[in-house]
Design a protein around this ligand. Structure first.
Ligand SMILES: [Fe+2]
Ligand SMILES: [Fe+2]
Length: 370
């Protein structure tokens, strides 16, 4: 990569003041956790760790770097840890706030990433919620591809008699390889919707929060709690999973919000506000045309997903999510390809995509919706 300096294993300076710690894609989600990229930002007297990732190895690399910077004379007055969203591969390693040793310290997660006052970053509860969020549309256990469907069949049967027990057992097994949260002395604070400010970029107005001298933009879609960090002086935008290839992913995602957030990134890039685009998984994109091409591809892919689902619904009139998914995988080359990267190979699930598209088109309704 041009204009970057390696710091040792797994980290690189992507712009002056921005160090990226490389994560890795999971080989298999039941055997190997997904590790997000993490970013350490230094700007005079403030430091921000955005998407602190998960796992001991990347945490050790970040801790070494922070200690080296302090030995080299860095003394920050204000420090922040910001989770790009509350998923288990991002909202972990909060204890690194204590390694930064500053008089002012904050850990931030968007308010919708909390449940009962706790950040929803505990693997077992996350896997449990994956089952509950889909149960009005399809049974999660029945959606795995061959040969995992065979392993899941006892859960499908057990679910008929003891759904809560089945869910807890499944979540406990699925969570085995995932790191538990590592918290420090600073409790996470919610970024409240009611505290959002407006920021003007040319004719465009976007909402978010100030964190030190940087802006956190509300960019929901992948998750309602997704926030992206903009450092205007460096023209750098850190987007967490708002750019995840498997979006919209889960029933608590929103395909239309995913598109809207990507269009915000597009606007900022077109205006010259952004020149470097930093996702939590995948390659750093540098330069206006490269970023715009990438965003056009992602937006087109999401719109194509929605069109394919709605065309299949129009053609067959099928509202049952499992049946319509089966039709799509048989008839749509795009959905057949998506299915090949289904859970547990990647964080993507075709049944969630189908249910979400039907939902957002008003064909199905969310449980509890009037
Ligand atoms: Fe995520
Ligand atoms: Fe992620």
């Amino acid at each position: 990569m041009k204009n970057t300096r390696a710091h040792g294993m797994g980290s690189v300076t992507v712009r002056e003041g921005i160090v990226m710690f490389r994560g890795k894609l999971s080989r298999h989600l039941f055997a190997d956790p997904m590790i997000s990229n993490a970013f350490f930002i230094e700007d005079s007297d403030e430091a921000i760790l955005y998407d602190p990732s998960c796992g001991r190895q990347i945490a050790a690399a970040m801790e070494d770097h922070i200690r080296q910077r302090r030995h080299a004379g860095a003394a920050w007055k204000k420090t922040f840890v910001v989770a790009g969203h509350s998923h288990v591969d991002h909202a972990n390693n909060f204890a690194l706030i204590d390694v930064m040793h500053a008089p002012e310290k904050h850990v931030y997660v968007h308010e919708s990433g909390f449940r009962d006052g706790q950040v929803m970053n505990e693997p077992k509860s996350m896997f449990e919620s994956l089952v509950t969020c889909s149960e009005n549309y399809f049974s999660r256990y029945a959606t795995f591809p061959f040969p995992y469907n065979l392993l899941m069949s006892p859960f499908t049967v057990m679910n008929r008699f003891a759904p809560a027990f089945t869910r807890r057992l499944w979540a406990a097994m699925a969570a085995i390889v995932w790191p538990n949260p590592v918290n420090g002395s600073v409790p996470a604070e919610p970024l409240r919707e009611e505290k959002k400010e407006s920021f003007r970029f040319g004719d465009a107005v976007m909402t978010g929060w100030k964190v030190g001298s940087k802006i956190l933009l509300a960019t929901p879609g992948h998750s309602p709690c997704s926030v992206s960090l903009l450092w205007e002086e460096r023209k750098a935008l850190l987007v967490s999973d708002a750019d995840w290839i498997g979006n919209p992913v889960f029933m608590f995602s929103s395909l239309s919000d995913c598109i809207e957030s990507l269009e915000k990134f597009r606007t900022l890039t077109e205006m010259g506000v952004v020149e470097v685009f930093l996702p939590a998984h995948g390659q750093v994109k540098t330069g206006r045309d490269t970023i715009l091409n990438h965003l056009d591809f992602r937006i087109g892919r999401l719109k194509n997903m929605r069109d394919e689902v709605l065309c299949a619904y129009d053609a067959h009139g099928e509202k049952d999510v499992r049946k319509l998914t089966r039709i799509l995988v048989e008839e749509s080359p795009f959905f057949k390809t998506l299915k090949l990267t289904n859970l547990p190979k990647m964080v993507l699930n075709v049944h969630d995509i189908v249910a979400l598209c039907l939902n957002e088109a008003g064909i199905l309704t969310r449980p509890g919706a009037s």
